[in-house]
Design a protein. Structure first.
Length: 229
């Protein structure tokens, strides 16, 4: 009597998340160390602090427009320019326009949402670089805002885009959460918890410029390493 083949063993979500976090290790460390270096420079070098202060002043003057533009440029435009001029040797393709058509509005809205969230955090907990302020901000950011807004919105909408703007059949099921959302969330924590620790030690008007810088570096480095790998 022939035996039935064993059922495929489904990888546990936490294992998939750890595997993704390991894949993100090098670009994540580069961004994290860069952010720490910028924080030290902000504290030590008046010229750098003044430069960030000018960005903060622009952000205050422009308001949500600055947040939207910086998010669109950091998460959409710069990574796509990297793809065009480095990976495609300067050759523009129709797919680049399609990617920009999705990424620019997505990251503009995300930039505005993050700015709104950072302002709320400053009102709720304060705007001082001390543990009693920074720790609750990091916890709320990574264990409320990220799992209940930023992570699912990103996974759902990029999944929708990658399927030709068709929703995955199981997009709103527990299985989708287990197989897609949770691994992405674990990988996100491995990269972004140290980064937001740095961001929240800075004054609130400087936080969005630093977030945009970290986002741009992260997306471009990840794209580079994924391409080279």
């Amino acid at each position: 009597m022939n035996e039935m083949p064993p059922a495929a063993v489904r990888e546990a979500p936490w294992k998939a998340g750890v595997r993704a976090a390991r894949a993100n290790l090098v670009p994540g460390l580069v961004v994290q160390l860069t952010m720490v270096g910028l924080l030290v420079s902000y504290d030590v070098y008046p010229t750098f602090r003044e430069a960030l202060g000018h960005l903060a002043e622009t952000k205050v003057r422009w308001g949500w427009i600055y947040s939207g533009l910086s998010g669109a440029v950091a998460g959409g435009v710069l990574p796509e320019l990297l793809r065009i001029f480095v990976f495609q040797k300067g050759r523009l393709r129709r797919s680049n326009l399609s990617e920009l058509g999705f990424a620019i509005p997505f990251w503009a809205v995300m930039g505005i949402a993050v700015d709104f969230f950072y302002r709320g955090q400053a009102l709720m907990f304060g705007d001082e670089a001390k543990p009693s302020v920074v720790i609750p901000q990091v916890l709320v950011d990574q264990f409320l805002f990220t799992p209940f807004y930023a992570n699912p919105v990103t996974v759902w909408l990029y999944g929708w885009k990658n399927r030709g703007y068709r929703w995955p059949e199981r997009a709103f099921t527990l299985g989708f959460f287990r197989e897609k959302m949770l691994p992405a969330l674990i990988a996100n924590w491995g990269v972004w918890i140290p980064i937001v620790c740095v961001i929240y030690t800075l004054p609130e008007p400087v936080q969005i410029p630093m977030f945009s810088l970290a986002l741009s570096m992260w997306v471009m480095l990840y794209s580079w390493i994924a391409r080279e790998g």
